[in-house]
Design a protein around this ligand. Structure first.
Ligand code: ATP
Length: 351
């Protein structure tokens, strides 16, 4: 990938023309002395999104989330949450009434039960208008699947149960938006699945969710839209579906390495007609873990969809080059992320 031009991902479709913007950052920047942790970050989260903030370690995810919640002040730029300007103390206070968040591991009393801990939070947690009733507490215990374990003391809970109780605590005051920093960190695979399913249930209830993570397999399964950041800069933002379809590739195998080289050369001349369906072609190692063993162990990767395979084939055939096999390359968010974050830093223009 080194030396390749940046990927021009141009579309980030709004779910619908009328989708409400729940949270927006504009040129959000945070410097610690001369170090820029978050660099002119502009993202938009729509109502109903499960939005993944992704980036390698130290890329600025937690710093961004802390600014979104008003826990630290931005050096410059703006955050608007539910229409409230988070830079204004009064408006921030109003916005936060509608937001639930887990940034650091919340502190619960180990000797109290799960239910008692939640009641304590409802009583002492500055809930507006005393709206947290016993019924609501039972409702959220049910929602996070802790109702049958709510009478056990917190100290006996597994890590996954503790995390679900933390989520319950964010839900008691009917938030419209919840923000979760690495919600599956430290959990075993079963705990990760529980949190993923819970996030799905919350989303179905109409709650908008922002979560940070580097567990990309999880993100791909749960998020509708993502932003990928590196060294505090936005690399790309868009729906998971769109980002992955941008990445569709086909792989072509040839009867011998010389024909493979010729095919690449022909496509690299990029005549006008090839540009209609091809964004890039290059020789790569054949995928592992398949029964495919092309001569020389290499294939031609063409950035085109499987539907366009016929055009690719016809184009090569017209020049006397015939592929012996054509397959679709499976792309995962993880693969995409690794390719994007491994390339030299470029900002990708958004639509
Ligand atoms: N208070 C601070 N003072 C100085 N530097 C800081 C401070 N807080 C964060 N940083 C630096 O800012 C950068 C971004 O950190 P941040 O914790 O936001 O990254 P992250 O993407 O959440 O990483 P991780 O996935 O490892 O949690 C890091 O290089 C970090 O060392």
């Amino acid at each position: 990938m080194m030396g390749d031009p940046p990927k021009m991902l141009t579309h980030d479709r709004r779910p619908s023309q009328h989708a409400e913007i729940i949270l927006k950052t504009e040129e959000l920047t945070k410097r610690f002395d001369s170090f820029t942790a978050v660099d002119h970050l502009s993202i938009e989260i729509y109502h109903g999104d499960v939005y993944g903030l992704l980036g390698p370690n130290g890329s600025g995810k937690t710093t961004t989330i802390r600014m979104l919640l008003g826990l630290i002040h931005p050096t410059s730029g703006q955050v608007t949450t539910l229409g409230y300007d988070m830079g204004d103390e009064k408006q921030r206070y109003q916005a936060l009434h509608h937001v639930g968040a887990i940034v650091e591991q919340p502190v619960f009393y180990p000797f109290l039960t799960g239910r008692e801990n939640l009641r304590g939070i409802a009583i002492f947690g500055c809930m507006p208008d005393n709206q947290v009733t016993h019924e609501r507490i039972e409702e959220v215990l049910e929602l996070v699947d802790l109702a049958t374990r709510a009478n056990e003391s917190y100290s006996k809970y597994s890590l996954g149960m503790k995390q679900r109780l933390a989520l319950a605590a964010t839900l008691v005051h009917y938030p419209q938006l919840i923000i979760l920093d690495e919600p599956t960190n430290g959990l075993d695979p079963a705990g990760v699945v529980e949190i993923r399913e819970l996030i799905g249930r919350l989303s179905q209830q109409g709650i908008t969710i922002l979560l940070s993570s580097h567990q990309l397999h999880e993100i791909q399964q749960v998020c509708s839209r993502v932003a990928i950041i590196k060294r505090g800069k936005l690399l790309v933002q868009g729906s998971v579906q769109d980002l992955l379809s941008e990445q569709q590739c086909i792989l072509l195998g040839f009867s011998n390495p010389a024909t493979l080289q010729r095919a690449e050369l022909v496509l690299h001349t990029q005549p006008e007609e090839a540009l209609n369906w091809m964004r890039r072609a290059r020789i790569v190692d054949a995928p592992m873990n398949t029964s495919w063993t092309p001569p020389g162990g290499q294939v031609l990767e063409v950035e085109a969809t499987m539907e366009q395979a016929e055009a690719v084939n016809a184009f090569l055939g017209a020049r006397g080059i015939y592929a012996t096999e054509i397959r679709r390359r499976e792309t995962s968010l993880e693969q995409y992320f690794l390719e994007l974050t491994a390339t030299p830093l470029h900002t990708v223009p958004l639509a």
